[in-house]
Design a protein around this ligand. Structure first.
Ligand code: SF4
Length: 304
């Protein structure tokens, strides 16, 4: 996968809507071609309510990427005219998706870039800043930003001094093993965010003891799919016990395997569905959402 976008400009996505999105418009927005009607959303991912992908596509960076579900899904549609993944898993920006959170009235937990990595080296700084501008403005949602590019996230966020105050923007790193995953935890600890989380999935080996200082949430899961690599119960229990000891909410997502529905998601006889507790703003009225949307579009990216 690596190098697909190297040496040539990153194309923007087509302006066609994603299948299932709705196109009703409010009166005020119609004249400007904006949509404030509810958008299609929902997610099968247990720890979130919706996904938002202002970037699509990625390249592999570590062993956790080996059976990337996003790549498998995207490549199925390569060459299908008009499909959001017509260009397969090639990285591209999707600026017409940037304003989606303003269109969602109901507060929800939003997994940012479930089909990409916001801090991928081919996503320009300016574009990442626009994503943060939207998250700052549409503050009645919780944003779950998850990356394997922890170093770039740490560097980027150091230029956003206001971010550490915002409890609705959660920053997390993927942790699959000791060699690649645990250094990301150290970088995350140095990242200024109100809520820092770990997605320990796919868990590929016993991580051994590691510090949870500064970490507000841990998700653990096994790999699923036809070539799933195995997970062991004691690896999971070690992490869960460490979470308990340190008062860190713990979420067990799945055992995974070839048939993940059969293996389920109970650990020692019970579900573990804990989340950080944060208070977020109530959803504003439509006029205010519209005002904020316009402000986010007019403002230059917020670096300070
Ligand atoms: S970083 Fe994430 S989205 Fe990118 S290839 Fe790896 S698993 Fe897939």
């Amino acid at each position: 996968m690596a190098g697909r976008t190297r040496g040539r400009p990153i194309p923007h996505a087509t302006l066609r809507p994603e299948p299932g999105s709705q196109h009703r418009r409010t009166c005020g927005a119609r004249s400007l071609g904006l949509r404030l009607a509810p958008m299609a959303d929902g997610s099968a991912i247990e720890w979130t309510d919706a996904t938002w992908n202002p970037v699509r596509g990625c390249t592999k960076i570590s062993p956790g990427c080996k059976h990337c579900y996003a790549e498998t899904f995207a490549e199925r549609f390569r060459g299908v005219p008009g499909h959001p993944f017509e260009q397969g898993f090639d990285l591209r920006l999707v600026p017409e998706k940037l304003s989606d959170p303003f269109k969602w009235r109901r507060s929800r937990k939003i997994f940012v870039n479930s089909m990409s990595d916001l801090f991928h080296e081919d996503v320009p700084d300016d574009y990442i800043a626009r994503v943060f501008t939207v998250m700052r403005g549409a503050d009645w949602h919780v944003y779950q930003v998850l990356t394997k590019r922890a170093e770039r996230m740490q560097r980027f966020v150091s230029r956003l001094p206001w971010l550490a105050e915002l409890k609705h923007i959660w920053l997390g790193v993927s942790v699959e093993d000791r060699k690649y995953g645990l250094p990301r935890v150290e970088l995350l600890r140095e990242t200024a965010a109100a809520v820092r989380f770990l997605s320990v999935e796919p868990l590929l080996e016993d991580l051994g003891p590691f510090s949870l200082a500064g970490i507000s949430w841990v998700i653990v899961g096994g790999e699923s799919g036809p070539r799933a690599r195995p997970i062991a119960e004691d690896w999971v229990c070690t992490i869960r016990n460490s979470c308990r000891k340190n008062n860190v909410p713990f979420f067990f997502k799945q055992w995974g395997g070839v048939q993940k529905k059969r293996t389920g998601r109970t650990l020692q006889g019970r579900l573990h569905d804990e989340f950080p507790t944060v208070r977020i703003a109530a959803p504003p009225a439509e006029a205010e959402r519209y005002r904020r949307l316009l402000t986010a579009q007019l403002l230059r990216p917020l670096h300070a």
